[in-house]
Design a protein around this ligand. Structure first.
Ligand SMILES: [Zn+2]
Length: 55
């Protein structure tokens, strides 16, 4: 029984192409998160989900 790895960013099943993430988007997001520890990009945060919008 294969081990099911989950994306640490969004918990979706891992894609072998982007291990250990599920997609390039999550891989980049995780990378940016780590970079953010020491390097802060000026300006408003991009691609951050906001619950202002009514679904
Ligand atoms: Zn993901």
């Amino acid at each position: 029984m294969p081990r099911t790895a989950l994306c640490p960013v969004c918990r979706a099943p891992t894609d072998p192409l982007f291990k250990p993430f599920c997609s390039r988007g999550c891989r980049d997001r995780d990378l940016l998160k780590w970079l953010g520890e020491d390097y802060r990009v000026p300006g408003p945060p991009a691609d951050v989900p906001d619950r202002k919008d009514d679904d």
